[in-house]
Design a protein around this ligand. Sequence first.
Ligand code: TXA
Ligand code: MG
Length: 348
Amino acid sequence: MHTEILRTDKDNPDPEYVREGARILKAGGLVVFPTETVYGLGADSLNGEACRRIFEVKRRPADNPLILHISDMSMLQEITESVDKETVEKLASVWPAPLTVLFSKSSKVPDQVTGKSPYVAVRMPDNRLALDLIGELGKPIAAPSANLSTRPSITDSRHAVMELDGKVDLIYDCGPLKYGIESTIILLSKHGAEVVRAGSFPVEDLREIFGDIVVSDVARGLRSADTPVAPGMKYRHYAPSKPLLLCSNIGLFRQISSDPSLKNRVLAIGINNMLDGCSINTISLGNTYPEASARLFSSFRQFEMSPEKLAVIHGFSESGIGLAIMSRIRKASAAQIDSIEELSRFLS
Ligand code: TXA
Ligand code: MG
């Protein structure tokens, strides 16, 4: 199929291009669009057949439901069963933001969107093009991350074109995105909230708004579960096509990256102050945690195109956005290594 590629500014989109995207969505087509987190693969959320095509194109298991993206609070009422006034007020003050909330679903939402989940996942993305597109469609857009299933998420439109040209109707070519890691997903309770996927909305900020916050090991990427609240958490995710190894401590990362005998065989991925004095090739994640978050998935795809057989990455402290960065690294890595001998096993 022919894929239209429209280059536009994600913060000040060409209105003509927004209308073109909405026209395609209304006709049941698929549109790759930017959000503040990662690119989404969108369809009209109330068109079951269009949503079914998302699963086909992504090769996504049917039991892994889709997030609905809204552009104003009135859309929330239509797709959920009675949300209390206090919650609506809290969310109206937080959204648009990289925060997804699970609600009891309304019967209007097609089963193709929610699978067997009793919930519908909703968020209002903090991106002008996304909000304009949803507004022009006049309905929520259902969208998973735009990557093919199991692949690293797409945070730069160059990678969207490489992976999806010929498979979708339209790709908005808007370059790299602000956060680079998906939204935080929460399930609200009487006293607070459970984080079911760590993401770009920091847990520390959730505490101020919702009260007691529980973060499970599954959300941290420390273990998987057979029936997690967010079905996606049980699947393999984000892994590059060659092994990425997480170094269990900084000393080991420095030992490996300063060993000239590993040049052209092992690549080091890290923030700049960890890459000082490296003797092997590197991919920089920038200077700060927010920069590292924005570049993480692109670095995995850059590693795939490099000649090295393996990449090593260092750990991040799990506060602020560091929690989500670590959860993605844990899920993407083939193993966590404690010694240079373990690295050798992957090289032989
Ligand atoms: O930032 C994001 O959240 C991006 C952008 C495009 O909005 N979207 C995204 O979607 O990351 P996806 O499909 O890659 O991940 C959505 C996660 C999956 O783990 C899925 O299982 C869970 O949300 N989820 C979606 N709908 C759900 C539902 N109705 N009940 C439980 N979990 C749900
Ligand atoms: Mg995804």
